[in-house]
Ligand binder design. Structure first.
Ligand code: ZN
Length: 277
């Protein structure tokens, strides 16, 4: 295997740091109970990354970074897995903003230590590879945006009894928040490649509903990992789930197990349309 494939001509010292992360990527295992996950891809290079965060009391407790791609994208994701644990979400945001700045040629702000990311500074001389270096971080940025603000996650035991009413759905709007209701709300989202509902196609593997926190986690897959519409579909599914009356926050988790199989499509309409039985 040619480990130099896809590596810009970096300084030798930095090259060792980058290659070390590429050879032994950190954070490469599935989190048991991630708070949120997101996937990103860089179509130019074929890089693909999944980022998962476990957030406890507003701090990153654990990080998962998995995927496949060039040396630069893999190393950058591995460095992220090293750097995030223990940081608050604000600190994580400052770090990613600082790294984006460095990729634009700016010096990192005082007080922000980029750690091993310093070794990727040379990548900015190769604009086409900046996307590789930023892939995991752009994926993290979208994930952070999707996280509810800390104020929206009060510990239930600390809520005074009088606050109980505020956690129920607005009167007259919401039916019971069930998995079936979530799936029904997602039905209008259509896979543009095939022209059929993501629900009918069997791309939605399920939805976990936390009625107390008014939080929905949708598990979905794609027809293929190379699906160019992936990011758009995740966002459409997330928005559709979030529009359900009574839902405060929605997260979409991309899963590849089991792989999508046309035979598992839930709708006869979809099977008819694709001629698959
Ligand atoms: Zn790449």
């Amino acid at each position: 295997m040619d480990i130099d494939r896809g590596m810009p001509d970096l300084d030798a010292l930095y090259r060792d740091v980058v290659l070390d992360h590429f050879r032994s990527p950190r954070g490469r295992r599935a989190l048991a109970e991630p708070t949120a996950c997101n996937e990103g891809q860089n179509l130019v290079c074929g890089d693909h990354v999944k980022v998962g965060l476990k957030v406890v009391d507003g701090r990153v407790a654990d990080v998962e970074v998995q995927g496949r791609g060039c040396a630069i994208s893999t190393a950058s994701g591995s460095m992220m897995a090293d750097l995030l644990p223990g940081r608050t979400l604000d600190e994580a945001k400052r770090l990613l903003e600082a790294f984006k700045g460095v990729m634009r040629g700016e010096a990192p702000p005082d007080g922000v230590d980029l750690g091993d990311l310093d070794a990727l500074e040379g990548v900015r001389k190769f604009p086409v590879r900046v996307k590789c270096a930023l892939l995991a971080w752009a994926t993290l940025e979208d994930l952070l945006k999707a996280l509810p603000p800390p104020a929206a996650q009060p510990a239930p035991s600390q809520a005074p009894p009088s606050a109980a009413a505020s956690t129920t759905a607005p009167p007259g709007e919401a039916g019971p928040l069930t998995e079936a209701a979530v799936l029904e709300a997602l039905r209008p989202v259509v896979d543009p490649e095939i022209g059929l509902s993501v629900v009918d196609l069997g791309l939605i593997y399920g939805a976990d509903v936390d009625a107390a926190k008014r939080h929905v986690t949708v598990r979905m897959t794609l027809t293929t990992p190379a699906c160019p519409y992936g990011p758009m579909l995740f966002e459409q599914v997330r928005q559709a789930a979030k529009r359900i009356p009574g839902v405060a926050e929605a997260v979409v988790v991309l899963v590849w197990e089991p792989p999508w199989d046309p035979k598992t499509m839930t709708s006869d309409v979809a099977k008819d349309a694709m001629g698959i039985w």
